[in-house]
Every structure is written in structure tokens, then in C-alpha cells.
Write a new protein. Structure first.
Length: 287
């Protein structure tokens, strides 16, 4: 299947209810926030992890839909497997650029996340180069400031005999956001898809499906109730694009409804969409 021929941008709205959408290791795993505005943040890495996990669930074992970035084996081992599969000489100092390109193409063909997001694969004795992926996603940011609650919890099961003898329960805490709506924006470059990774129309449809369902198989008590609420896609007629991304992103706005002080549900917000698109751009609503 040929690589995609159109440029795309997209906007995702998702919400969290009584959960921690993305813990910050630098802040005791509390929800990520912008310290100046108190707006909540969800990293691009976190969003791409959800997409990878969904693809792995629905395409497990399917040829061409492996996931490179996951905790199953060392990355350098996977790079060596690419050399083995292509019959390339391994362990040379200063690897042959043609061999690196061949191995890179093998990785792109067999790993969905590399075709989509790219990867740095220049480590180890059998490097596979560096791939710029056509799909890029920004940090998601909450529409309003978030207020983190620390909820005290108890546990009865102890880890050691000494702690078991110290009392019947132990105290702990979990951090959560009562409610917040987040907006994330993304880009898809047809030029990078065609020149490097071969990201195709089938991959594109799988990406939309994964975004819509990225929380459906990623439930946990810590993350609470998370839902993708809206997915808006801007499809350009041309490969290079027919309008600047920021012009299209500004077509979609979201605000609290009048009279709402502390939002606690998605219907407390109103989304407005200017459907008057620039020439050569089509607006697609997936949700």
C-alpha cells in the first residue's frame, strides 16, 4: 500500500473524572501541571503510549504491526534482529550506510509505531538510523486550571512481618483531579510518510481508531474515568498543505457554559467550530 498523499492536522478533546491522567515523577507522581497557569498537562509521550497499547491489543501477531517501543526486550536486540532478517553483516565499526538504510526500512515495514512516530535507532553495534515520523502530537493542556486533591487511603495487607506486627492498617494517599477537559493537537506530514516511513492509508485509519479508543483498554484505578470526547480532522488536498496549521486550529474553540463555576461533566462546556474552511481543506468529525 502506498504512503498517504494528503497532509492532516487534528484536534482531540478528552476528559478525566476523579483520576490522574499523567503523573509527574518530579512531583511525587501528582498530575502534571503548568506552574504558571495551573493548567493540567498530559505529555505527548503519554498519549503515544496509549495509541501504541491499543494497536498492540487489536493487531497482536499481525505482520507489519509490531510495536518497537515497549518493555519486552532491549532495543539493540531488535535492531540486531533487523540485520539478521535482511542478511546484513553485523557488528562492524562504522556501519555501511546502505546496510543502515536497509535495516531502517525493515523496521519501518514491520513496526507500526516507527512508521507513525519515528524513532532513534542509532545505538548499539547494529544501528538502524534515525527516523522522523510523520505523526507528531503536542502536549495536551486542560481548558481550565486543575485542582489536585490528595485522597487518604488505607491498606490492610503488609509487605513484611515487622510491618504486619505494627498495626492493622497503614495510611497512604492518591492524587486526583475531580474533573478536567484536555485539548491535544497533532500533525501528519505526507512528505515524511512518502520519503521515509511509508505510513499509509490503512495506518491512518488505524491511528484514528486508536485515538478514539485509546483509553478503552487502558483503565486503572489511578487514572479514573477517562474518555475521548471529540476528534476533529483537517484534511488537505495537497501533500504540502493548503493552509497553516494554526489557522485551522483556531477554527475550534471550547469554553465553559455560562453560569458554570466548577465543571464536573463534559456537557458543562461548549465547543464552537467555524466550518468555513480555507480552499483545499476538508473538516472531518470522527466523534
Amino acid at each position: 500500500m502506498e504512503a498517504i498523499k494528503n497532509r492532516y492536522e487534528f484536534v482531540i478533546f478528552f476528559d478525566v473524572e476523579n483520576g490522574n491522567p499523567n503523573g509527574d515523577p518530579d512531583a511525587g507522581n501528582m498530575p502534571r501541571t503548568d506552574p504558571e497557569t495551573a493548567l493540567g498537562l498530559v505529555s505527548d509521550v503519554c498519549i503515544k503510549r496509549k495509541i501504541r497499547n491499543y494497536v498492540e491489543v487489536v493487531k497482536e501477531g499481525s505482520e507489519g504491526y509490531n510495536i518497537l517501543i515497549k518493555a519486552d526486550k532491549a532495543l539493540n536486540t531488535k535492531f540486531t534482529e533487523a540485520y539478521d532478517a535482511e542478511g546484513l553483516e553485523k557488528g562492524k565499526k562504522g556501519a555501511n550506510p546502505n546496510d543502515v538504510e536497509t535495516a531502517r526500512n525493515y523496521i519501518c515495514k514491520n513496526y507500526f509505531d516507527v512508521r507513525a512516530f519515528g524513532a532513534v535507532m542509532s545505538t548499539g553495534d547494529n544501528p538502524c538510523g534515525i527516523v522522523r515520523g510523520p505523526v507528531q502530537i503536542n502536549f495536551a493542556r486542560s481548558i481550565d486550571p486543575v485542582f489536585t486533591q490528595d485522597i487518604t487511603i488505607t491498606r490492610q495487607a503488609k509487605t513484611t512481618e515487622e510491618r504486619q506486627g505494627a498495626g492493622t492498617t497503614e495510611m497512604g494517599k492518591k492524587s486526583l483531579i475531580p474533573y478536567a477537559v484536555y485539548r491535544a493537537e497533532g500533525y501528519i506530514s505526507s512528505m515524511l510518510a512518502q520519503k521515509i516511513t511509508g505510513f499509509n492509508d490503512g495506518d491512518l485509519e488505524l491511528l484514528w481508531e486508536a485515538i478514539i479508543n485509546m483509553f478503552e483498554h487502558d483503565r486503572s484505578a489511578a487514572r479514573g474515568k477517562m474518555c475521548v470526547r471529540k476528534l476533529y480532522i483537517f484534511k488537505h488536498e495537497s501533500e504540502l498543505g493548503n493552509a497553516p496549521a494554526q489557522v485551522l486550529f483556531d477554527k475550534i474553540d471550547i469554553i465553559k457554559k455560562e453560569g458554570v463555576i466548577a465543571p464536573r461533566k463534559f456537557s458543562d462546556y461548549k465547543i464552537t467550530v467555524d466550518e468555513n474552511m480555507p480552499a483545499g481543506v476538508e473538516l472531518i468529525k470522527k466523534l
